[in-house]
Design a protein around this ligand. Structure first.
Ligand code: S3P
Length: 173
């Protein structure tokens, strides 16, 4: 049996607005791997948007759906997965045991200036302040929960190249 850590899965974690979905989609294309955005999978299965899930059922319920979804996705092989920004909080062990975990780090100024806050229930009321607060609470989780930290401050191509190279270096050994 192939050890979980060698099944070829790649996970991107990081703050909301750090570019996880866009970058991971391009990485999956470059690696010719399947790509999943965990939030999109949750929305499809629930038949509700993330905002609606938070409004109707609350954050704890969303977190339970998130963990269930990640378990399912991580049982696959050679899959690239974008996680929601809070997924690291309850699932650090699960992610690390079943994937190469990349923390996609982006400057907060860049995040705040480009993010679509209205689709993000935890930050929509005051994006500038909420992003800084979340970052302070989560920084250590992202850092300790990752195998590699890759910065996304120099454009999409740069981040995709660095992650693709890290993937090959890791899985070809
Ligand atoms: C969340 C981030 C969101 C989404 C949900 C909760 C968070 O994903 O999972 O709104 O706790 O940071 P993005 O990181 O794609 O915004």
């Amino acid at each position: 049996m192939i050890p979980a850590k060698k099944r070829g899965n790649l996970v991107l974690t990081g703050m909301p607005g750090s570019g996880k979905s866009t970058v991971s989609r391009r990485v999956a294309k470059a690696l010719n791997r399947e790509w999943y955005d965990a939030d999109a999978v949750i929305e499809k299965e629930a038949g509700l948007s993330i905002t609606e899930i938070f409004e109707k059922f609350g954050e704890d319920y969303f977190r339970a759906l998130e963990t269930k979804c990640l378990i399912k996705l991580l049982m696959r092989e050679n899959t690239v997965i974008a996680t929601g920004g809070g997924a690291i909080l309850n699932n650090a062990g699960l992610l690390k045991e079943n994937a190469l975990v990349v923390y996609l780090e982006r400057d907060l100024e860049g995040i705040i200036s480009t993010m679509k806050a209205e689709k993000r229930p935890l930050v929509k009321d005051n994006p500038g302040m909420r992003i800084r607060e979340l970052y302070e609470k989560r920084k250590s989780f992202y850092e300790s929960g990752c195998d590699i930290l890759i910065t996304n401050n120099a454009g999409l191509n740069d981040a995709v190249k660095k992650i693709t190279e890290a993937y090959y270096a890791y899985f070809s050994n």
